[in-house]
Design a protein around this ligand. Structure first.
Ligand code: AMP
Length: 600
Protein backbone atom coordinates (compact mmCIF):
# COMPACT_ATOMS: atom_id res chain seq x y z
CA UNK A 1 0.00 0.00 0.00
CA UNK A 2 1.21 3.50 -0.69
CA UNK A 3 0.26 5.85 2.10
CA UNK A 4 0.15 9.40 0.84
CA UNK A 5 1.33 11.96 3.32
CA UNK A 6 -1.66 14.20 2.53
CA UNK A 7 -4.03 11.74 4.14
CA UNK A 8 -2.00 11.94 7.34
CA UNK A 9 -2.49 15.64 7.51
CA UNK A 10 -5.93 16.39 6.16
CA UNK A 11 -8.36 16.77 9.05
CA UNK A 12 -12.05 16.64 8.13
CA UNK A 13 -13.19 20.10 7.06
CA UNK A 14 -16.59 20.05 8.72
CA UNK A 15 -18.34 17.58 10.95
CA UNK A 16 -21.31 15.73 9.55
CA UNK A 17 -22.30 12.09 9.10
CA UNK A 18 -19.92 11.84 6.19
CA UNK A 19 -16.90 13.09 8.03
CA UNK A 20 -17.67 10.82 11.00
CA UNK A 21 -17.66 7.92 8.57
CA UNK A 22 -14.48 9.13 6.90
CA UNK A 23 -12.70 9.36 10.23
CA UNK A 24 -13.64 5.79 11.13
CA UNK A 25 -12.62 4.66 7.67
CA UNK A 26 -9.27 6.38 8.14
CA UNK A 27 -8.85 4.58 11.49
CA UNK A 28 -9.59 1.26 9.83
CA UNK A 29 -7.07 1.86 7.06
CA UNK A 30 -4.33 2.92 9.45
CA UNK A 31 -4.86 -0.01 11.79
CA UNK A 32 -5.07 -2.56 8.99
CA UNK A 33 -1.90 -1.24 7.40
CA UNK A 34 0.14 -0.66 10.54
CA UNK A 35 3.44 -1.93 9.23
CA UNK A 36 3.41 -0.32 5.76
CA UNK A 37 2.20 2.92 7.32
CA UNK A 38 5.12 2.84 9.76
CA UNK A 39 7.56 2.10 6.97
CA UNK A 40 6.24 5.10 5.07
CA UNK A 41 6.31 7.38 8.07
CA UNK A 42 9.93 6.53 8.76
CA UNK A 43 10.92 7.04 5.14
CA UNK A 44 9.11 10.36 5.14
CA UNK A 45 10.76 11.52 8.37
CA UNK A 46 14.23 10.49 7.21
CA UNK A 47 13.78 12.18 3.82
CA UNK A 48 12.44 15.31 5.47
CA UNK A 49 15.27 15.54 7.98
CA UNK A 50 18.11 14.02 5.94
CA UNK A 51 19.92 17.34 5.80
CA UNK A 52 19.51 18.06 9.50
CA UNK A 53 22.79 17.92 11.37
CA UNK A 54 21.67 15.32 13.89
CA UNK A 55 20.60 12.69 11.39
CA UNK A 56 23.34 13.50 8.89
CA UNK A 57 26.10 12.56 11.35
CA UNK A 58 25.02 8.90 11.25
CA UNK A 59 25.77 8.57 7.53
CA UNK A 60 22.51 7.19 6.21
CA UNK A 61 23.63 8.39 2.77
CA UNK A 62 20.15 8.67 1.34
CA UNK A 63 18.88 5.35 2.71
CA UNK A 64 15.38 5.59 4.19
CA UNK A 65 14.79 1.96 5.09
CA UNK A 66 14.32 0.59 8.57
CA UNK A 67 17.33 -1.72 8.57
CA UNK A 68 19.84 1.04 7.77
CA UNK A 69 18.16 3.41 10.21
CA UNK A 70 18.19 0.86 13.02
CA UNK A 71 21.78 -0.15 12.43
CA UNK A 72 23.17 3.38 12.28
CA UNK A 73 21.07 5.64 14.50
CA UNK A 74 21.46 5.20 18.27
CA UNK A 75 18.75 5.34 20.89
CA UNK A 76 18.76 8.78 22.53
CA UNK A 77 17.76 10.46 25.75
CA UNK A 78 17.04 14.09 26.50
CA UNK A 79 20.53 14.56 27.87
CA UNK A 80 22.01 13.35 24.57
CA UNK A 81 19.95 15.95 22.71
CA UNK A 82 20.47 18.79 25.17
CA UNK A 83 23.49 20.37 23.38
CA UNK A 84 21.47 20.51 20.14
CA UNK A 85 18.39 21.85 21.91
CA UNK A 86 20.44 24.52 23.65
CA UNK A 87 21.85 25.71 20.35
CA UNK A 88 18.34 26.05 18.91
CA UNK A 89 17.20 27.87 22.05
CA UNK A 90 20.15 30.23 21.73
CA UNK A 91 19.27 31.20 18.17
CA UNK A 92 21.13 28.82 15.86
CA UNK A 93 18.67 28.54 12.97
CA UNK A 94 20.65 26.05 10.89
CA UNK A 95 18.86 22.70 10.41
CA UNK A 96 19.95 20.96 13.60
CA UNK A 97 17.31 18.40 14.52
CA UNK A 98 14.76 19.13 11.82
CA UNK A 99 15.07 20.50 8.32
CA UNK A 100 11.89 22.49 8.94
CA UNK A 101 12.23 25.61 11.07
CA UNK A 102 11.52 25.03 14.77
CA UNK A 103 8.33 26.99 15.42
CA UNK A 104 8.47 26.84 19.21
CA UNK A 105 9.44 24.68 22.16
CA UNK A 106 6.88 22.57 23.96
CA UNK A 107 7.74 22.33 27.64
CA UNK A 108 7.27 18.81 28.90
CA UNK A 109 6.19 18.00 32.44
CA UNK A 110 9.17 15.68 32.47
CA UNK A 111 12.17 17.54 33.86
CA UNK A 112 15.91 17.53 33.47
CA UNK A 113 18.01 19.07 36.24
CA UNK A 114 14.85 20.49 37.80
CA UNK A 115 13.67 22.33 34.66
CA UNK A 116 11.01 21.30 32.17
CA UNK A 117 12.40 19.52 29.13
CA UNK A 118 12.24 21.66 25.98
CA UNK A 119 10.80 19.77 23.03
CA UNK A 120 11.32 21.44 19.66
CA UNK A 121 8.31 21.36 17.37
CA UNK A 122 7.50 22.39 13.80
CA UNK A 123 4.36 24.02 12.34
CA UNK A 124 3.24 20.91 10.51
CA UNK A 125 3.04 18.99 13.78
CA UNK A 126 -0.01 20.95 14.97
CA UNK A 127 -2.05 19.63 12.03
CA UNK A 128 -0.99 16.08 12.77
CA UNK A 129 -2.11 16.48 16.38
CA UNK A 130 -5.34 18.13 15.28
CA UNK A 131 -6.02 15.06 13.16
CA UNK A 132 -5.78 12.80 16.21
CA UNK A 133 -8.20 15.06 18.11
CA UNK A 134 -10.61 14.86 15.18
CA UNK A 135 -10.84 11.07 15.58
CA UNK A 136 -11.94 11.14 19.23
CA UNK A 137 -15.60 12.07 18.82
CA UNK A 138 -16.28 9.74 15.88
CA UNK A 139 -15.10 6.90 18.14
CA UNK A 140 -17.07 8.12 21.14
CA UNK A 141 -20.16 8.58 18.98
CA UNK A 142 -20.21 4.83 18.41
CA UNK A 143 -20.74 4.24 22.13
CA UNK A 144 -22.66 7.26 23.40
CA UNK A 145 -25.51 8.59 21.25
CA UNK A 146 -26.60 12.19 20.80
CA UNK A 147 -23.39 13.90 21.85
CA UNK A 148 -24.16 16.47 19.17
CA UNK A 149 -27.30 17.54 21.04
CA UNK A 150 -25.58 19.49 23.80
CA UNK A 151 -22.33 20.87 25.13
CA UNK A 152 -19.17 19.90 26.99
CA UNK A 153 -18.24 21.57 30.27
CA UNK A 154 -14.55 21.02 29.86
CA UNK A 155 -12.26 23.00 32.15
CA UNK A 156 -9.35 24.05 29.93
CA UNK A 157 -6.51 26.33 30.97
CA UNK A 158 -3.47 27.95 29.49
CA UNK A 159 -0.24 28.12 31.45
CA UNK A 160 2.59 30.60 31.64
CA UNK A 161 4.98 30.78 28.71
CA UNK A 162 8.52 32.05 28.38
CA UNK A 163 10.89 32.85 25.56
CA UNK A 164 14.26 31.27 24.92
CA UNK A 165 17.25 33.63 24.47
CA UNK A 166 16.59 33.53 20.70
CA UNK A 167 12.96 34.56 21.16
CA UNK A 168 11.33 31.18 20.53
CA UNK A 169 8.24 30.65 22.66
CA UNK A 170 8.42 27.82 25.23
CA UNK A 171 5.09 26.62 26.63
CA UNK A 172 3.15 23.46 27.44
CA UNK A 173 1.65 21.64 24.47
CA UNK A 174 -1.97 22.32 25.44
CA UNK A 175 -1.27 26.02 25.90
CA UNK A 176 0.21 26.01 22.40
CA UNK A 177 -2.90 24.22 21.11
CA UNK A 178 -5.48 26.48 22.81
CA UNK A 179 -3.64 29.55 21.55
CA UNK A 180 -3.38 28.21 18.01
CA UNK A 181 -5.56 29.38 15.15
CA UNK A 182 -6.64 25.75 14.74
CA UNK A 183 -8.32 25.95 18.13
CA UNK A 184 -9.41 29.59 18.24
CA UNK A 185 -10.93 29.51 14.76
CA UNK A 186 -12.09 25.92 14.81
CA UNK A 187 -15.04 25.27 12.51
CA UNK A 188 -18.38 24.64 14.21
CA UNK A 189 -18.53 21.03 15.26
CA UNK A 190 -21.77 19.96 16.97
CA UNK A 191 -19.87 17.20 18.78
CA UNK A 192 -17.43 19.63 20.33
CA UNK A 193 -19.38 22.64 21.52
CA UNK A 194 -17.87 23.92 24.77
CA UNK A 195 -19.71 25.85 27.45
CA UNK A 196 -16.46 27.75 28.10
CA UNK A 197 -15.90 30.76 25.84
CA UNK A 198 -12.44 31.07 24.28
CA UNK A 199 -11.97 34.28 26.28
CA UNK A 200 -12.18 32.30 29.54
CA UNK A 201 -9.94 29.47 28.34
CA UNK A 202 -7.33 31.92 27.11
CA UNK A 203 -7.28 34.07 30.26
CA UNK A 204 -3.85 33.65 31.90
CA UNK A 205 -5.25 34.30 35.40
CA UNK A 206 -6.27 30.86 36.66
CA UNK A 207 -8.89 32.21 39.11
CA UNK A 208 -10.66 34.34 36.50
CA UNK A 209 -10.47 31.54 33.98
CA UNK A 210 -11.91 28.92 36.32
CA UNK A 211 -14.56 31.30 37.71
CA UNK A 212 -15.84 32.17 34.24
CA UNK A 213 -15.80 28.58 33.04
CA UNK A 214 -17.72 27.45 36.12
CA UNK A 215 -20.21 30.31 35.75
CA UNK A 216 -20.89 29.39 32.13
CA UNK A 217 -21.20 25.72 33.07
CA UNK A 218 -23.82 26.59 35.71
CA UNK A 219 -25.76 28.88 33.38
CA UNK A 220 -25.88 26.18 30.70
CA UNK A 221 -26.35 23.32 33.14
CA UNK A 222 -29.14 21.56 31.24
CA UNK A 223 -27.17 21.59 27.99
CA UNK A 224 -24.11 19.94 29.51
CA UNK A 225 -23.67 16.34 28.28
CA UNK A 226 -20.14 15.71 29.50
CA UNK A 227 -17.99 17.22 32.21
CA UNK A 228 -14.23 17.08 32.11
CA UNK A 229 -10.73 18.41 32.42
CA UNK A 230 -7.49 17.08 31.05
CA UNK A 231 -6.58 15.26 34.22
CA UNK A 232 -8.81 13.80 36.92
CA UNK A 233 -7.10 16.08 39.45
CA UNK A 234 -8.18 19.12 37.40
CA UNK A 235 -11.83 18.16 37.57
CA UNK A 236 -11.59 17.66 41.33
CA UNK A 237 -10.08 21.10 41.63
CA UNK A 238 -13.05 22.49 39.75
CA UNK A 239 -15.42 20.83 42.24
CA UNK A 240 -13.39 22.26 45.11
CA UNK A 241 -13.59 25.66 43.42
CA UNK A 242 -17.36 25.36 43.34
CA UNK A 243 -17.37 24.46 47.05
CA UNK A 244 -15.43 27.62 47.81
CA UNK A 245 -17.14 30.01 45.40
CA UNK A 246 -20.74 28.86 44.92
CA UNK A 247 -22.18 31.75 46.94
CA UNK A 248 -20.56 34.41 44.75
CA UNK A 249 -21.42 32.45 41.60
CA UNK A 250 -25.06 32.21 42.72
CA UNK A 251 -25.05 35.93 43.46
CA UNK A 252 -23.81 36.71 39.94
CA UNK A 253 -26.50 34.49 38.44
CA UNK A 254 -29.22 35.93 40.62
CA UNK A 255 -28.40 39.55 39.80
CA UNK A 256 -26.96 39.15 36.31
CA UNK A 257 -23.83 41.03 37.38
CA UNK A 258 -20.29 39.76 37.18
CA UNK A 259 -18.07 39.28 40.26
CA UNK A 260 -15.85 42.43 40.45
CA UNK A 261 -12.82 40.14 40.88
CA UNK A 262 -13.21 39.35 37.17
CA UNK A 263 -11.28 42.16 35.54
CA UNK A 264 -10.19 40.68 32.21
CA UNK A 265 -11.85 43.00 29.64
CA UNK A 266 -12.45 40.28 27.06
CA UNK A 267 -14.19 38.09 29.66
CA UNK A 268 -16.30 41.03 30.87
CA UNK A 269 -17.34 41.73 27.30
CA UNK A 270 -18.28 38.17 26.44
CA UNK A 271 -20.03 37.51 29.76
CA UNK A 272 -22.22 40.60 29.23
CA UNK A 273 -23.88 38.57 26.47
CA UNK A 274 -24.18 35.32 28.46
CA UNK A 275 -25.00 36.43 32.02
CA UNK A 276 -28.65 37.44 32.63
CA UNK A 277 -30.48 37.59 35.98
CA UNK A 278 -31.86 34.15 36.79
CA UNK A 279 -32.92 34.01 40.46
CA UNK A 280 -34.49 30.57 40.03
CA UNK A 281 -31.18 29.07 38.92
CA UNK A 282 -29.35 30.93 41.70
CA UNK A 283 -31.76 29.44 44.28
CA UNK A 284 -31.17 25.98 42.87
CA UNK A 285 -27.39 26.36 43.12
CA UNK A 286 -27.66 27.68 46.66
CA UNK A 287 -29.88 24.79 47.66
CA UNK A 288 -27.52 22.17 46.18
CA UNK A 289 -24.26 23.71 47.33
CA UNK A 290 -25.06 25.08 50.77
CA UNK A 291 -25.62 21.65 52.34
CA UNK A 292 -22.96 19.36 53.76
CA UNK A 293 -23.68 16.59 51.30
CA UNK A 294 -21.67 16.84 48.10
CA UNK A 295 -22.09 13.24 47.05
CA UNK A 296 -23.19 13.02 43.37
CA UNK A 297 -22.85 16.79 43.04
CA UNK A 298 -21.96 16.49 39.34
CA UNK A 299 -25.17 14.79 38.18
CA UNK A 300 -27.19 16.87 40.66
CA UNK A 301 -26.04 20.09 39.03
CA UNK A 302 -25.53 18.80 35.50
CA UNK A 303 -28.30 16.19 35.27
CA UNK A 304 -27.71 15.28 31.62
CA UNK A 305 -24.05 14.35 32.07
CA UNK A 306 -23.39 11.09 30.25
CA UNK A 307 -19.77 10.74 31.30
CA UNK A 308 -16.71 12.45 32.76
CA UNK A 309 -13.99 13.23 30.28
CA UNK A 310 -10.73 12.92 32.19
CA UNK A 311 -7.57 10.88 32.09
CA UNK A 312 -7.67 8.40 34.97
CA UNK A 313 -4.90 6.08 33.82
CA UNK A 314 -1.33 6.17 35.13
CA UNK A 315 -0.75 8.47 38.10
CA UNK A 316 -4.34 9.74 37.83
CA UNK A 317 -5.82 6.41 38.95
CA UNK A 318 -5.45 7.62 42.54
CA UNK A 319 -8.37 10.03 42.02
CA UNK A 320 -10.94 7.46 40.87
CA UNK A 321 -12.66 6.93 44.26
CA UNK A 322 -13.13 10.68 44.78
CA UNK A 323 -14.41 11.15 41.23
CA UNK A 324 -16.86 8.30 41.77
CA UNK A 325 -18.10 9.96 44.94
CA UNK A 326 -18.79 13.29 43.26
CA UNK A 327 -20.16 11.79 40.07
CA UNK A 328 -22.18 8.82 41.35
CA UNK A 329 -19.92 6.44 39.39
CA UNK A 330 -20.39 8.06 35.99
CA UNK A 331 -18.25 6.45 33.26
CA UNK A 332 -14.77 7.95 32.95
CA UNK A 333 -13.57 7.36 29.40
CA UNK A 334 -9.88 8.05 28.84
CA UNK A 335 -9.78 9.12 25.24
CA UNK A 336 -6.17 9.63 24.29
CA UNK A 337 -2.53 9.04 25.08
CA UNK A 338 -0.21 11.88 24.14
CA UNK A 339 2.87 13.85 25.12
CA UNK A 340 4.75 17.01 24.27
CA UNK A 341 7.10 14.98 22.11
CA UNK A 342 4.39 13.36 20.01
CA UNK A 343 0.72 12.40 20.21
CA UNK A 344 0.57 8.64 20.31
CA UNK A 345 -2.92 7.25 20.04
CA UNK A 346 -6.45 6.86 21.25
CA UNK A 347 -8.73 4.54 23.16
CA UNK A 348 -11.00 2.69 20.75
CA UNK A 349 -13.18 1.34 23.58
CA UNK A 350 -13.60 4.54 25.54
CA UNK A 351 -16.31 3.22 27.85
CA UNK A 352 -14.10 0.50 29.32
CA UNK A 353 -13.31 0.54 33.03
CA UNK A 354 -10.13 2.49 33.94
CA UNK A 355 -8.26 -0.74 34.70
CA UNK A 356 -9.02 -2.09 31.24
CA UNK A 357 -8.12 1.01 29.26
CA UNK A 358 -5.85 0.38 26.30
CA UNK A 359 -4.57 2.87 23.79
CA UNK A 360 -4.19 2.08 20.12
CA UNK A 361 -1.10 3.79 18.78
CA UNK A 362 -1.79 5.53 15.48
CA UNK A 363 0.91 4.59 12.98
CA UNK A 364 0.69 7.94 11.19
CA UNK A 365 1.78 10.03 14.19
CA UNK A 366 5.47 9.12 14.22
CA UNK A 367 7.71 6.08 13.95
CA UNK A 368 7.37 3.89 17.03
CA UNK A 369 9.77 1.29 18.37
CA UNK A 370 9.67 -0.72 21.56
CA UNK A 371 12.44 -1.66 23.93
CA UNK A 372 11.56 -4.88 25.78
CA UNK A 373 11.24 -4.05 29.46
CA UNK A 374 11.73 -6.26 32.45
CA UNK A 375 11.81 -4.66 35.90
CA UNK A 376 14.00 -7.45 37.27
CA UNK A 377 16.68 -7.20 34.56
CA UNK A 378 16.79 -3.70 33.11
CA UNK A 379 18.64 -3.35 29.80
CA UNK A 380 21.70 -1.10 29.80
CA UNK A 381 21.91 0.78 26.56
CA UNK A 382 25.29 1.33 25.00
CA UNK A 383 26.23 2.80 21.66
CA UNK A 384 28.51 -0.15 20.92
CA UNK A 385 25.89 -2.84 21.29
CA UNK A 386 22.60 -1.26 20.30
CA UNK A 387 19.58 -3.05 21.78
CA UNK A 388 17.12 -4.84 19.56
CA UNK A 389 14.08 -2.65 19.30
CA UNK A 390 10.79 -4.14 18.20
CA UNK A 391 8.58 -2.49 15.56
CA UNK A 392 5.00 -1.45 16.29
CA UNK A 393 3.51 -4.28 14.26
CA UNK A 394 5.78 -6.88 15.88
CA UNK A 395 5.20 -6.38 19.60
CA UNK A 396 3.95 -9.45 21.46
CA UNK A 397 0.78 -9.83 23.47
CA UNK A 398 1.29 -9.51 27.24
CA UNK A 399 4.86 -8.19 27.00
CA UNK A 400 6.12 -4.97 28.54
CA UNK A 401 8.01 -2.35 26.53
CA UNK A 402 9.49 1.08 26.85
CA UNK A 403 8.27 3.43 24.12
CA UNK A 404 10.88 4.86 21.72
CA UNK A 405 9.86 7.46 19.14
CA UNK A 406 11.14 9.09 15.99
CA UNK A 407 9.23 12.25 15.09
CA UNK A 408 8.79 14.66 12.21
CA UNK A 409 10.10 17.40 14.53
CA UNK A 410 13.49 15.69 14.72
CA UNK A 411 13.58 13.35 17.73
CA UNK A 412 15.37 10.17 16.65
CA UNK A 413 14.86 6.92 18.55
CA UNK A 414 14.05 8.97 21.63
CA UNK A 415 13.17 7.36 24.96
CA UNK A 416 9.88 8.82 26.16
CA UNK A 417 10.14 7.10 29.54
CA UNK A 418 6.75 5.36 29.47
CA UNK A 419 6.35 1.65 30.16
CA UNK A 420 3.50 0.02 28.22
CA UNK A 421 2.04 -3.47 28.11
CA UNK A 422 0.51 -5.02 25.00
CA UNK A 423 -3.11 -5.97 25.73
CA UNK A 424 -4.41 -6.84 22.28
CA UNK A 425 -4.64 -5.79 18.67
CA UNK A 426 -7.14 -3.82 16.68
CA UNK A 427 -6.76 -5.13 13.15
CA UNK A 428 -2.97 -5.37 12.96
CA UNK A 429 -2.37 -2.43 15.27
CA UNK A 430 -1.33 -3.20 18.84
CA UNK A 431 -3.11 -1.78 21.85
CA UNK A 432 -1.27 -0.85 25.02
CA UNK A 433 -2.04 -0.41 28.64
CA UNK A 434 -0.18 2.54 30.14
CA UNK A 435 1.72 0.87 32.98
CA UNK A 436 3.73 3.71 34.45
CA UNK A 437 6.25 6.38 33.83
CA UNK A 438 9.80 5.25 34.58
CA UNK A 439 11.43 6.65 37.71
CA UNK A 440 8.42 8.51 39.06
CA UNK A 441 7.96 8.25 42.78
CA UNK A 442 5.41 10.95 43.53
CA UNK A 443 2.86 12.68 41.33
CA UNK A 444 -0.20 14.76 42.11
CA UNK A 445 -0.94 16.25 38.71
CA UNK A 446 1.59 16.98 35.95
CA UNK A 447 4.46 16.92 38.48
CA UNK A 448 6.74 13.92 38.47
CA UNK A 449 9.19 13.59 41.35
CA UNK A 450 11.79 10.85 41.23
CA UNK A 451 13.70 9.18 44.03
CA UNK A 452 16.85 11.25 43.67
CA UNK A 453 14.91 14.54 43.73
CA UNK A 454 13.15 13.46 46.91
CA UNK A 455 16.45 12.38 48.44
CA UNK A 456 18.04 15.74 47.60
CA UNK A 457 15.07 17.61 49.06
CA UNK A 458 15.38 15.62 52.31
CA UNK A 459 19.11 16.35 52.47
CA UNK A 460 18.50 20.08 52.01
CA UNK A 461 15.80 20.15 54.67
CA UNK A 462 17.98 18.12 57.06
CA UNK A 463 20.46 21.01 57.07
CA UNK A 464 17.99 22.93 59.25
CA UNK A 465 18.03 20.13 61.81
CA UNK A 466 21.79 20.24 62.33
CA UNK A 467 21.55 23.14 64.80
CA UNK A 468 19.39 20.86 66.93
CA UNK A 469 21.72 17.90 66.75
CA UNK A 470 18.99 16.04 64.94
CA UNK A 471 19.01 13.95 61.78
CA UNK A 472 16.49 12.12 59.60
CA UNK A 473 17.20 8.43 60.07
CA UNK A 474 14.53 7.08 57.74
CA UNK A 475 11.87 8.44 55.46
CA UNK A 476 9.20 7.45 53.04
CA UNK A 477 6.55 9.35 51.12
CA UNK A 478 2.98 9.25 49.92
CA UNK A 479 1.01 11.23 47.33
CA UNK A 480 -2.15 12.15 49.26
CA UNK A 481 -4.90 12.41 46.65
CA UNK A 482 -7.68 12.69 49.20
CA UNK A 483 -7.04 16.32 50.00
CA UNK A 484 -8.05 18.71 47.21
CA UNK A 485 -5.67 19.73 45.86
CA UNK A 486 -3.58 16.66 46.62
CA UNK A 487 -0.25 17.05 48.40
CA UNK A 488 2.99 15.24 49.17
CA UNK A 489 3.27 13.64 52.60
CA UNK A 490 6.74 12.73 53.85
CA UNK A 491 7.12 10.46 56.88
CA UNK A 492 10.21 11.17 58.93
CA UNK A 493 11.79 9.21 61.72
CA UNK A 494 14.17 11.53 63.57
CA UNK A 495 17.19 10.90 65.72
CA UNK A 496 17.18 13.70 68.31
CA UNK A 497 20.51 13.52 70.12
CA UNK A 498 19.85 16.34 72.55
CA UNK A 499 16.35 15.91 73.93
CA UNK A 500 16.62 19.22 75.79
CA UNK A 501 16.79 21.09 72.47
CA UNK A 502 14.58 19.35 69.86
CA UNK A 503 13.66 21.11 66.60
CA UNK A 504 10.58 23.28 67.18
CA UNK A 505 7.36 23.11 65.18
CA UNK A 506 8.44 26.21 63.34
CA UNK A 507 11.71 24.60 62.26
CA UNK A 508 9.92 21.49 61.05
CA UNK A 509 7.44 23.64 59.12
CA UNK A 510 10.42 25.37 57.52
CA UNK A 511 11.79 21.93 56.60
CA UNK A 512 8.62 21.40 54.54
CA UNK A 513 9.27 24.65 52.69
CA UNK A 514 12.94 23.84 52.08
CA UNK A 515 11.87 20.52 50.58
CA UNK A 516 9.42 22.30 48.28
CA UNK A 517 12.10 24.80 47.22
CA UNK A 518 14.29 21.83 46.26
CA UNK A 519 11.68 20.16 44.06
CA UNK A 520 11.46 20.70 40.30
CA UNK A 521 9.80 23.57 38.46
CA UNK A 522 6.66 21.60 37.52
CA UNK A 523 6.02 20.87 41.20
CA UNK A 524 6.60 24.50 42.20
CA UNK A 525 4.41 25.78 39.36
CA UNK A 526 1.64 23.46 40.56
CA UNK A 527 2.00 24.94 44.06
CA UNK A 528 2.29 28.60 43.07
CA UNK A 529 0.58 29.33 39.75
CA UNK A 530 -1.89 26.52 39.23
CA UNK A 531 -2.83 25.72 42.85
CA UNK A 532 -2.98 22.12 41.75
CA UNK A 533 -0.76 20.90 44.61
CA UNK A 534 -1.31 21.63 48.31
CA UNK A 535 1.39 22.45 50.90
CA UNK A 536 3.90 19.66 51.52
CA UNK A 537 3.41 17.86 54.83
CA UNK A 538 5.95 16.17 57.09
CA UNK A 539 4.62 13.60 59.54
CA UNK A 540 7.14 12.77 62.23
CA UNK A 541 6.76 9.18 63.40
CA UNK A 542 7.84 7.52 66.68
CA UNK A 543 11.30 6.01 66.93
CA UNK A 544 11.30 2.40 65.78
CA UNK A 545 8.47 2.84 63.27
CA UNK A 546 10.62 1.99 60.25
CA UNK A 547 11.85 -1.14 62.00
CA UNK A 548 8.24 -2.16 62.45
CA UNK A 549 7.74 -1.47 58.77
CA UNK A 550 10.57 -3.85 57.97
CA UNK A 551 9.15 -6.51 60.32
CA UNK A 552 5.85 -6.18 58.54
CA UNK A 553 7.46 -6.57 55.09
CA UNK A 554 9.44 -9.60 56.26
CA UNK A 555 6.32 -11.17 57.74
CA UNK A 556 4.87 -10.90 54.23
CA UNK A 557 7.80 -12.67 52.62
CA UNK A 558 10.42 -9.95 51.97
CA UNK A 559 14.02 -11.09 52.29
CA UNK A 560 15.76 -9.66 55.35
CA UNK A 561 19.03 -9.27 53.42
CA UNK A 562 17.52 -7.47 50.50
CA UNK A 563 14.97 -5.36 52.36
CA UNK A 564 15.04 -1.69 51.39
CA UNK A 565 12.82 0.98 52.88
CA UNK A 566 10.23 1.80 50.21
CA UNK A 567 10.65 5.49 49.37
CA UNK A 568 6.99 5.77 48.47
CA UNK A 569 4.09 3.88 50.00
CA UNK A 570 0.42 3.43 49.16
CA UNK A 571 -0.51 -0.01 50.52
CA UNK A 572 -3.28 0.52 53.11
CA UNK A 573 -1.88 -1.63 55.99
CA UNK A 574 1.47 0.17 55.71
CA UNK A 575 -0.24 3.56 55.66
CA UNK A 576 -2.25 2.57 58.72
CA UNK A 577 0.89 1.46 60.52
CA UNK A 578 2.69 4.72 59.70
CA UNK A 579 -0.28 6.92 60.56
CA UNK A 580 -0.80 5.20 63.89
CA UNK A 581 2.78 6.12 64.88
CA UNK A 582 2.65 9.83 63.94
CA UNK A 583 3.73 12.16 66.76
CA UNK A 584 3.48 15.49 64.93
CA UNK A 585 2.25 17.02 61.66
CA UNK A 586 3.93 19.91 59.86
CA UNK A 587 3.05 21.90 56.75
CA UNK A 588 4.83 24.37 54.52
CA UNK A 589 4.06 27.82 55.89
CA UNK A 590 4.16 29.47 52.44
CA UNK A 591 4.44 28.54 48.78
CA UNK A 592 7.94 28.02 47.34
CA UNK A 593 9.42 30.34 44.74
CA UNK A 594 8.41 29.91 41.16
CA UNK A 595 8.56 32.08 38.04
CA UNK A 596 8.07 31.01 34.45
CA UNK A 597 11.75 31.87 33.80
CA UNK A 598 14.06 28.91 33.75
CA UNK A 599 16.76 28.71 36.39
CA UNK A 600 19.26 27.50 33.82
P1 AMP B 1 3.83 15.87 28.83
O1 AMP B 1 4.98 15.67 27.93
O2 AMP B 1 4.08 16.79 29.95
O3 AMP B 1 2.62 16.22 28.05
O4 AMP B 1 3.51 14.46 29.51
C1 AMP B 1 3.32 13.34 28.72
C2 AMP B 1 3.29 12.12 29.60
O5 AMP B 1 2.07 12.08 30.34
C3 AMP B 1 3.32 10.83 28.83
O6 AMP B 1 4.61 10.48 28.39
C4 AMP B 1 2.76 9.88 29.88
O7 AMP B 1 3.75 9.55 30.83
C5 AMP B 1 1.68 10.73 30.54
N1 AMP B 1 0.38 10.50 29.87
C6 AMP B 1 -0.11 11.09 28.77
N2 AMP B 1 -1.31 10.58 28.43
C7 AMP B 1 -1.59 9.62 29.34
C8 AMP B 1 -2.66 8.72 29.55
N3 AMP B 1 -3.73 8.73 28.76
N4 AMP B 1 -2.59 7.88 30.60
C9 AMP B 1 -1.53 7.88 31.42
N5 AMP B 1 -0.49 8.71 31.30
C10 AMP B 1 -0.51 9.56 30.27
Amino acid sequence: MTVQSEIFLEPPSSVDENSLRNSLQFLEEMTINTDPAQENVLAEIISQNAEAEYLKQFGLNGATDRETFKSKVPVSTYDDLLPYIQRIANGDTSPILSSHPISEFLTSSGTSAGERKLMPTIHQEMDRRQLLYSLLMPVMNQYVPDLDKGKALHFLFIKAETKTPSGLVARPVLTAYYKSEQFKKRPYDPYNVLTSPNEAILCPDSFQSMYTQMLCGLIMRHEVLRVGAVFASGLLRAIRFLQLNWAQLAHDISTGTLNPAITDPSIIKCMSKILKPNPKLADFITQECSGENWERIIPRIWPNTKYLEVIVTGAMAQYIPTLDYYSGNLPKPCTMYASSECYFGLNLKPMSEPNDVSYTIMPNMGYFEFLPHDDSSPITLSRDSPPKLVDLADVELGKFYELIITTYSGLCRYRVGDILQVTGFYNSDPQFKFVRRKNVLLSIEADKTDESELQKAIENASELLKDFNTSVVEYTSFADAKSIPGHYVIYWELLIKDSSNPPSDEVLNQCCLVMEESLNTVYRQGRVADNSIGPLEIRVVKNGTFEELMDYAISRGASINQYKVPRCVSFTPIMELLDSRVVSFHFSPSPPHWTPERRR
